[in-house]
Design a protein around this ligand. Sequence first.
Ligand SMILES: *[C@@H]1O[C@H](CO)[C@@H](O)[C@H](O)[C@H]1NC(C)=O
Ligand SMILES: *[C@@H]1O[C@H](CO)[C@@H](O)[C@H](O)[C@H]1NC(C)=O
Length: 173
Amino acid sequence: MVMALLLFVSLVEAMAVNGLNQQVQRNIGASAGGQALDLAFVMDCTGSMGSYIDTARKHIQAIVDEIVTSSNTTVRLALVEYRDHPPQDNTFVTKTYNFTDSVFMMKIWLNAARATGGGDGPEAVAEALFKATKLSWRPEATKITVLISDAPPHGLVPSQDSSFPGSPTDTIQ
Ligand SMILES: *[C@@H]1O[C@H](CO)[C@@H](O)[C@H](O)[C@H]1NC(C)=O
Ligand SMILES: *[C@@H]1O[C@H](CO)[C@@H](O)[C@H](O)[C@H]1NC(C)=O
C-alpha cells in the first residue's frame, strides 16, 4: 500500500510536535495494521533557512519520541537536503541520507546541515521531491514526507525565474 502525504510547512514552528503527530496518527489509523512509519524530511538548506534548520534539529527528537510512545510504531527517518541548480548554486543540488532507525544518526545529519547559498528565489524543490521518491521506503510502512521550505520550486512563476523559466527537469538525474 502506498500512502504518501505531503505537508507543506512554510514555518517550521508549524511542524510543532502535536500537529505532525496528529497527522501521523490519522495516517497510521487509516492504514490497516500499519505499525511501521517511514518519515522523510525534505529540507531547503539555502541561506535563509538557518533558523528553521535549528528548529528542526531541536524538535526532531521530540517528534520521534512522541510518535513512538503514542503509536507503538517503528519509525525510520531520512533526510534530503537541497539548494539549487547551477549556476544559482554550485555546492550541491540535493544531498540524500537514506532511511535509518537511529534518531542519533538523524541528529548527526541535521547537525551537519548548513544554510547557505541558493542564488535566486526559487530553489530545487522538484529535484528534492524526486530524490525523496527514490529513498528505501518500506512497502508496508506508512510513508510521510515533510517539506520544510520558504521558497517556491523553479518553473512556477516564469517572470520571477531568471535561470529556469521552465522547470529544470533536464538536470534531474
Ligand atoms: C506494541 O507492538 C508490539 C508488537 O506489535 C506488541 O507486542 C505490543 O503489545 C504493543 N504495545 C502496545 C502498548 O500497544
Ligand atoms: C536508498 O537505498 C535504497 C536501497 O538500498 C537504494 O535502492 C536507493 O537508491 C537509495 N536511495 C538514495 C536516494 O540514496
